[in-house]
Ligand binder design. Structure first.
Ligand code: ADP
Length: 720
């Protein structure tokens, strides 16, 4: 084979290689703008390359030149599509036509056939590049050059044609197809490169939007704890740029306390291969970090993290807790200052409240007092008397509305209301009225303010603050009410003491002459002969007795009421006391039989107030005598072991169910048909009940109308 043929072919191949670059430059890179014009442009360039090829040919004989235009065109058809290829074929064809010579028709035929084979192959096997493209490349290349081989028949002149067959058959059927395959391979490679690049771009765009258009913060660290990926949110939160983070470790980025925690959790992730979740305060926000192991390849483990801002979630949870706290807050038995301190403590969890005060308004003085005042800068010296005219506090009190004041709203208010600033200026202020429970009157103002951050409060905070203010308002009103009640009670007690002293005095003044009346009327009734006059004296005597007993009852009640009854306890034999009382009454010639029912014991000792027990029994006996027209009355005692039960039983008129409770009330008497039938004050039983209570026992009553009654109570025996 002629050496110059190889040289010519190599020259051509160089040009063809340059051609593959065109693919890069005009075709793949401009994919998005692959317009008609672009295709024409590509066609013309390919045409130009063809012309170039034809100018570095191998000449077999004058007018018969060989170059690799077929390689160019078949690949143009395969990769650039019909439009550009046809344009290129036309350019190359015309050029060949004007070159003329014996090979002109063969030359034009090879142009048409190779371009057509490429175009048709691409049209009918559009996805040939996807699978086993080498097989396709081999077939197409061979087919195109087989056509070239056939076109040798078009060479003019018998001898020339024969020479051509002889010289060119082998190169055309072997070397040319090989070049075509080579160029095709190159183009496919380039194409795949482009595809990979594109895919990479797409995946990068996806990755970027996934990582950076995300409200969560993310980062990735390599096996040495150096940041290799950080997203925008993370940079923003950390207050650093990407450059300030990438390639650095936590030790270089954060202070020790933070970086230590990060390093510890990183190690935990890497050693356990597990997820680690922790919460922390990070630049004023509460964050929840989830760390997980990341396979970095080559047996290396790094750490990935997703950090979420959970401040709002936290705030909500805390808010619920605080509201629950408020709803359960006991308003009883608390001091105002301590109460507000507690509220303040909880309020701080949900509202910035480093500066918080309560101003209570005194209507009469038109002044404020500050029962609570916590402030970074200001103090109040005269806690009691503050005139706050033209202040925001005063404004809120007058309007009765909660307000969020910043420099903007302050200006607006200042246009209608002459505002004067009090104390250190703060850029934001939150005030809420303290209402009384009828929600009609403003009793004061609660306020918080922040000196450092104008954005410290939102409208939501205002609402929240009003809830706190309402709770405080209700509490303050309650306290005021309780204080008033206490005062009223004290003055009532004072009055009572005076009354008792008066009564005690009076009773002495009454009882002394009454005793005179009783004594002398008794003497008279014994001495007077005249029966009628004697009866008069006796009436005077019983009346005086009744009067005395009434006065005694009233005195007892007065003493009970004013809490002046004292119990004097001693050890005594209760059986003896009952006997004494029995004999005292037995002497009095009663209409009914009086019995005494005692247990067999010689004595029963109790630790109690002897006089009171005597009074109780006497009162019960007096009632029994009064309400028992016939039958008997019994004073009794039952030994119950630890305790002893005393009772007075009668066979009198009895007491109906509905009256049983009532008769122990003061001044209560059973009426029949709305009329009082028996004399008395209705105080006896209430005194009895009170005394039994004072002695630590309880009174009970069994009774049936028409059959009789039994009043009983129990005493503890003395321990010996
Ligand atoms: P007073 O006897 O001065 O009216 P009390 O408080 O001692 O006042 O008694 C209240 C009322 O209870 C009496 O008016 C009477 O109606 C009823 N009562 C008290 N003891 C008896 C009794 N032993 N039998 C029936 N009724 C009684």
């Amino acid at each position: 084979m002629d050496k110059s043929l190889i040289v010519g072919l190599l020259q051509n191949v160089a040009i063809l290689l340059a051609f593959t670059l065109i693919y890069d430059i005009v075709w793949e890179s401009e994919k998005k703008f692959r317009s008609r014009a672009n295709k024409v442009y590509a066609g013309l360039i390919i045409g130009a390359v063809g012309v170039l090829l034809m100018n570095t040919p191998w000449t077999l004989s004058p007018g018969l030149v060989f170059d690799t235009r077929t390689v160019l065109l078949v690949n143009a058809g395969l990769f650039f599509g019909p439009f550009a290829t046809i344009i290129a074929a036309i350019v190359i064809g015309i050029y060949r036509f004007f070159m003329g010579g014996s090979g002109v028709w063969m030359g034009i035929a090879t142009i048409i056939t190779s371009a057509s084979v490429g175009i048709l192959w691409k049209m009918y096997r559009p996805s040939w590049r996807k699978r086993n493209y080498m097989v396709d490349l081999v077939i197409v290349s061979f087919l195109a050059h087989f056509c070239m081989f056939l076109s040798i028949f078009l060479v003019k002149g018998e001898a020339v044609r024969a020479n051509t067959f002889q010289t060119m058959t082998l190169p055309i059927l072997v070397i040319y197809p090989l070049f075509a395959i080579l160029v095709g391979r190159l183009l496919i490679n380039r194409m795949n490169n482009h595809k990979v690049k594109e895919e990479l771009e797409v995946s990068e765009a996806r990755y970027d939007s996934f990582v950076n258009r995300n409200s969560d913060m993310m980062f990735m660290k390599d096996e040495n704890g150096k940041y290799i990926v950080v997203n925008d949110m993370f940079c923003k939160m950390a207050g650093k740029t990407r450059e300030q983070l990438i390639g650095l470790t936590d030790l270089q980025v954060y202070d020790k306390s933070h970086s230590n925690r990060y390093i510890v959790t990183d190690n935990e992730v890497i050693t356990t291969g597990d997820i680690v979740i922790f919460e922390e305060l990070f630049n004023g926000k509460i964050t929840e970090t989830t760390k997980f192991p990341i396979n970095l390849g080559k047996n290396k483990l790094g750490v990935g993290a997703i950090i979420r801002d959970v401040t709002v979630k936290h705030k909500k949870r805390e808010l619920q807790e605080v509201l629950l706290y408020l709803s359960r807050l006991s308003l009883v038995d608390q001091e105002l200052k301590i109460f507000i301190e507690k509220i303040h403590f909880h309020m701080k969890k949900v509202i910035k409240a480093d500066n918080f005060y309560i101003a209570l308004y005194d209507k009469e003085k038109d002044k404020y007092k500050f029962p609570y005042y916590v402030d970074e800068y200001d103090t109040v010296d005269d806690i009691e008397n503050y005139s706050l005219h033209n202040s925001l506090t005063d404004f809120v009190r007058m309007t009765g509305k909660g307000m969020l004041i910043n420099s903007q709203t302050e200006k607006e208010i200042a246009e209608q209301f002459p505002l004067e600033s009090v104390g250190e200026y703060s850029p934001v202020w939150l005030g809420a009225p303290l209402m009384d429970s009828s929600l009609k009157e403003v009793i004061g103002v609660a306020a918080v303010q922040d000196y450092h951050d104008e954005e410290a409060y939102t409208e939501e905070d205002l609402m929240l603050f009003e809830i706190f203010a309402n709770t405080i308002g209700i509490f303050i009103e309650r306290i005021t009410m309780l204080n008033r009640l206490k005062e009223a009670k004290e003055s009532a007690e004072q009055g009572n003491r005076l009354k008792t002293a008066f009564l005690a005095n009076m009773s002495h003044e009454i009882r002394t002459p009454l005793n005179g009346i009783i004594g002398f009327s008794e003497m008279l009734s014994e001495d007077i002969e005249n029966r009628e006059h004697r009866e008069y004296a006796q009436i005077i005597n019983t009346s005086a007795h009744r009067l005395l007993s009434t006065i005694n009852d009233i005195m007892d009640i007065a003493k009970i009421e004013s809490g002046q009854v004292s119990v004097i306890k001693e050890n005594f034999d209760v059986l003896l006391t009952l006997r004494e009382t029995y004999y005292f009454f037995k002497k009095q010639n009663l209409k009914v039989d009086l019995k005494l029912a005692l247990p067999k014991n010689k004595s029963i000792d109790v630790l109690s107030d002897k006089i009171k027990i005597q009074q109780i029994i006497t009162n019960l006996l007096n009632n029994a005598i009064k309400f028992t027209p016939e039958g008997f009355i019994e004073i009794g005692c039952i030994d119950e072991g630890e305790t002893v039960q005393l009772y007075v039983k009668d066979t009198g008129i009895g007491i109906s169910e509905e009256d049983k409770e009532r008769i122990f009330e003061r001044f209560a008497q059973v009426e029949s048909n709305g009329r009082r039938v028996y004399g008395g004050t209705g105080l006896g039983l209430s005194i009895v009940k009170e005394y039994v209570g004072l002695l630590g026992g309880e009174m009970w009553l069994e009774s049936e109308v028409g059959k009789g009654s039994q009043f009983s109570f129990r005493l503890k025996k003395s321990a010996n």
